[in-house]
Design a protein around this ligand. Sequence first.
Ligand code: GAR
Length: 192
Amino acid sequence: MEKLIGLNKIRTAVFISGTGSNLKNLIKFSKTKKSPIAINLVISNTNKTKALKYANQNKIKKKVLNFRNNSIAEKNILKFLDREKIKFICLAGFMKILSKNFIKKFNGKIINIHPSLLPKYKGLNTHERAIKNKDKFGGCSVHYVTSKLDSGKIIIQKKVKITAKDNSTSLAKKVLKQEHKLYPTAILKIFN
Ligand code: GAR
């Protein structure tokens, strides 16, 4: 029965670089009845992440690619995506920038989660920058990926209050907790 439910779901790949808490959370979500997506492939640019164990534990195919040469890495990724009939891509803490050409091939089918209230704080060190600017709120955004970094159409956002006690670590932790709710909500919003 599990398999039958999985059959009609949109075949999805998750790209990671980090600790993979969003990956873990997306896998859990993908197994629920309401999830429109199934996760069939995990792509990582590093084998130094413990996150790959989530793929192993859930019997999801995984590929680790060396990005020393971006265009070779992307060519290989496209081959794996094609082989696994992947129709949708979720970037989850993936820290490499995909080329225009790659994005064009999956136009409108790649989404990303970013730890700020976009358009504020594109790029890195988002929490440090929010605290330094004495912002009252930080947060996270799920958006479509276009060739302009962190600039595609926003699907959904969640605000997180920044208190006087917060530093970038505590804020990152609070935001990450919200990311785990926001990513599945964004996916439901896209497909329902
Ligand atoms: C998350 O906070 C995600 O929003 C961020 O990296 C973290 C990955 O955590 N992504 C970016 O900064 C992308 N520009 P995870 O590996 O535990 O999911």
